[in-house]
Design a protein around this ligand. Structure first.
Ligand SMILES: C[S@@+](CC[C@H](N)C(=O)[O-])C[C@H]1O[C@@H](n2cnc3c(N)ncnc32)[C@H](O)[C@@H]1O
Length: 221
C-alpha cells in the first residue's frame, strides 16, 4: 500500500518522530495477532493524524472505523483539554484489545467507543465535530460523508483514508481491466464515486494526499 520506493519510505520513517513505546507495541501486536493488520494506519500516517490534530486542537473528533485503536490514540494526542473522541466500530471482538492499550495512555480516557454499524450510530450523534476521520467500509464512504456533513462545524476538517485504494482508482477500463471487472469491484467504484463527489462539492476544498494509500483532506467552508 506504499507507493514510494522502499528506500524513500525508510528514509521518511527515519526522519519522522518515532512512535511512542505504547503505539509501537500496539502496532506490533496488531501485526502479530490480527487477520488484516495492514488496516492499521501505521507510523507515518499515525504521526500525520497526530500532527493535524495538534494543529487543530479539536474539542470533538469523530472516527468511523476503530480497528485496534491505533489512529484513535494518534488523533486523541491533539485534543483540547476538555476534548473527546468518539470512535465507531461494528466488530465488538476488537474492544478488549483496543481498550487494553487505551487504558495505558494518558489520553485513553478521552476515547468514547460506540459499538455498532456506523450508518446506524452517526444519526444518534450530536455535532458539531471539529475533525472527522472516515476509515471504515469503502462502500459507505459517500453515505458517511453525507451523514456527518451537517455535524461538522464550518472550518472543520474531514479526513478519509484509502482514497487511492492501492492505485486502483486511477486504473481505468482498458488498462488491464475490463468493464465487467471494474463493475464487479464494488469497493473501487465506491472510492471513485466518493472522490468525485468530494471534488464536485462546492461546499468544500479538498486535497488528495498521496500518503500511504491516499488520504483525502476536506475543509468545510
Ligand atoms: C481500516 S480499519 C480502521 C483502522 C483504524 N482507523 C486505524 O487506522 O488504526 C476499518 C475498521 O472499520 C470497521 N468497520 C467496517 N465496516 C463498519 C461499519 N459499517 N460500521 C462500523 N465499523 C465498521 C472494521 O471492523 C474495521 O475495524
Amino acid at each position: 500500500m506504499d507507493f514510494l520506493p522502499p528506500d524513500i519510505s525508510a528514509y521518511s520513517e527515519a526522519h519522522t518522530s518515532p512512535e511512542s513505546e505504547l503505539l509501537r507495541q500496539l502496532n506490533r501486536n496488531t501485526q502479530a495477532r490480527m487477520l488484516y493488520p495492514r488496516m492499521l494506519s501505521g507510523h507515518i500516517q499515525g504521526r500525520l493524524l497526530a500532527m493535524y490534530s495538534k494543529m487543530l486542537r479539536p474539542r470533538r473528533i469523530l472516527e468511523i472505523g476503530t480497528f485496534t485503536g491505533y489512529s484513535a490514540l494518534c488523533l486523541a494526542e491533539g485534543l483540547a483539554d476538555d476534548g473527546t473522541l468518539i470512535t465507531l466500530e461494528k466488530d465488538d471482538e476488537l474492544e478488549a484489545f483496543a481498550r487494553s492499550y487505551w487504558n495505558q495512555s494518558p489520553v485513553g480516557h478521552r476515547i468514547d467507543l460506540r459499538l455498532g454499524k456506523a450508518a446506524d450510530l452517526i444519526p444518534t450523534l450530536d455535532g458539531p465535530f471539529d475533525l472527522v476521520f472516515i476509515d471504515a467500509d469503502k462502500e459507505n464512504y459517500s453515505l458517511y460523508y453525507d451523514l456527518v456533513f451537517d455535524k461538522v462545524r464550518t472550518g472543520g476538517i474531514i479526513l478519509a483514508d484509502n482514497v487511492l485504494w492501492s492505485g486502483k482508482v486511477a486504473r481505468p477500463v482498458g488498462q488491464g481491466r475490463t468493464a465487467a471487472e471494474r463493475r464487479a469491484d464494488k469497493d473501487t467504484q465506491a472510492v471513485i464515486d466518493f472522490n468525485r463527489k468530494v471534488s464536485e462539492d462546492p461546499r468544500v476544498e479538498q486535497l488528495l494526499l498521496p500518503v500511504r494509500d491516499g488520504l483525502m483532506m476536506i475543509y468545510k467552508h
